[in-house]
Ligand binder design. Structure first.
Ligand SMILES: [Zn+2]
Length: 478
């Protein structure tokens, strides 16, 4: 009998804070400017300089701690984490190794071990043969990023599959985005996720040897990378070979894992207290402000939408993107009596698809006002137009910003309300399509689809689907 294995995954997430200036100096934060224009003696680590902590970074960090339901520490201190690397000119990073600003939290089903503040390294760019000296293979360092305030969130190993990591990661990203303290843009590196992965026999409480996967820049890649690593570890264990503690890189284009280096142990970093910074003791007012200023967070918003009847899937989609949630609430506010479930489906389904189809329009730029969509939803709900005709109207609304009632009138899309007229078309469709008609009569009810299609074609989608079905069945003797 083969052993069942369970994967155990913990995450370390780095979040760049969107403060105006860096963590320990007054240099501006920017993305995409020329290299090395936002630097000073402090963030270049010239001799004799002293760091000064950024108050806004602390306030942002405390908000993250509060949103993750952590205990906020009233005593913060800083430490030096020593390592030698070209993107780290001091040869140490200032971090919080002993007294982090937040401990013992929870988001969804995942416990948060702690969250601490630190400074980001500079950015190394490997030219891969495209260096300034023709054909040279150079490594360049851009110090604009060096010293950016970072919050590192460390979870307990409470996750068990790639899909679960993706879903939870999306919840975390949406939660931090809602706080307005970071861009959380994974492609630009303002949110970076490392995963520690190990496997153990199902039911065991011991932890196996873990590997670390670094800096994956989308939650889809993280899901695939973790699943590939779980499969690799299972194959090793089943072949009787050990899992080696190491850092891995997942290449999403090939689906392969490569070893980067053996993983450092904590003692490799020779942590020591940072002598240039006094401990930071947030006032009770600062701690209270962090908790009291929290907006409605995505998990709470999703629960509220589900309570008013929105499907779970649509509730999550809306809650994870603030602008979509605001648009949806605009639709509800614009028209009394609109069914939230139906409205949510139009927003996350038809509208979202039509925006994608028409040049990937962002929601913020759509010409379709929430009130206009509410009117369209009303026309369909009141059976003035069919659902199919509603989609035709929406296409025109997205393209030109037209008023739905005007489009319906101009295109003659009103539903056929005269049942005598519709009945004639149904009888004609049965006559014109003897084969499916015969199949339906002899018991193959699925064949009715061809007849419904014929009626819809003849009416240009202006017939009520339920009524068409009823009339077809009546005339076919079902
Ligand atoms: Zn600086």
């Amino acid at each position: 009998m083969s052993t069942e294995y369970e994967a155990v995954i913990g995450l370390e997430i780095h979040v760049q804070l969107s403060t105006k200036t860096k963590m320990f100096c007054g240099c501006e934060l920017s993305f995409g400017d020329d290299a090395n224009v936002h630097t000073c003696p402090v963030c270049l680590a010239l001799p004799g300089v002293l760091p000064a902590p950024n108050r806004t970074a602390f306030e942002y960090a405390l908000k993250i701690g509060a949103a993750l339901d952590c205990e906020l520490s009233s005593f913060n201190s800083f430490d030096r984490k020593n390592y030698f690397y070209p993107d780290n000119p001091k040869a140490y990073q200032i971090t919080q190794a002993v007294n982090p600003f937040a401990v013992n939290g929870k988001l969804g089903e995942v416990r948060i071990h702690h969250a601490h503040l630190e400074e980001d390294a500079a950015k190394t760019i490997h030219t891969g043969g495209a260096g300034r000296i023709q054909g040279s293979d150079a490594s360049l360092v851009d110090f604009n990023r060096g010293g950016t305030p970072l919050v590192e969130i460390v979870t307990e190993p409470d996750l068990h599959s790639g899909a679960q990591v993706r879903e939870w990661g999306q919840l975390l990203r949406a939660t931090i985005k809602q706080l307005g303290v970071s861009d959380v843009n994974m492609e630009e590196g303002s949110l970076r996720c490392d995963a520690n992965v190990s496997i153990r026999p199902a039911g065991s409480s011991e932890l196996g040897t873990k590997t670390e996967m670094k800096n994956m820049n989308s939650f889809r890649f993280i899901e695939r990378g973790i699943d590939a690593e779980i499969a690799r570890q299972k194959a090793l264990v089943e072949a009787g070979e050990p899992v080696v503690q190491e850092t891995l890189h997942f290449d999403p284009s090939t689906g392969e894992l490569h070893s980067l280096r053996s993983k450092e142990e904590a003692h490799d970093y020779r942590y020591l207290p940072e002598p240039d910074l006094v401990p930071v003791v947030p006032t009770q007012a600062m701690l209270d402000e962090a908790r009291n200023s929290l907006p409605e967070l995505p998990a709470a918003r999703a629960a509220r939408y589900e309570e008013i009847g929105v499907s779970e899937q649509a509730a999550l989609l809306l809650s994870f993107e603030t602008d979509w949630a605001e648009y949806f609430e605009g639709v509800l506010a614009a028209k009394k009596g609109v069914d939230p479930r139906v409205a949510a489906n139009w927003v996350t389904g038809e509208l979202s698809a039509e925006l994608r189809k028409q040049d990937e329009q962002p929601l913020a730029e759509t010409k379709v006002e929430p009130a206009a969509l509410a009117t369209l939803i009303g026309l369909v709900a009141e059976k003035k137009i069919s659902h199919g005709a509603g989609k035709t109207v929406l296409e025109e609304m997205v393209a030109s910003g037209a008023d739905p009632e005007t489009v319906v009138a101009d295109k003659g899309l009103e539903q056929i309300s005269d049942s005598g007229e519709l009945e004639k078309i149904v009888i004609q469709a049965i006559e014109d399509n003897p084969k499916p008609s015969e199949q339906v009569r002899s018991g193959n009810e699925k064949a009715i689809g061809a007849l419904v299609g014929a009626v819809m074609k003849a009416t240009q989608g202006r017939a009520d689907g339920g009524e068409v079905n009823r009339l077809l069945r009546q005339h076919l003797g079902l």
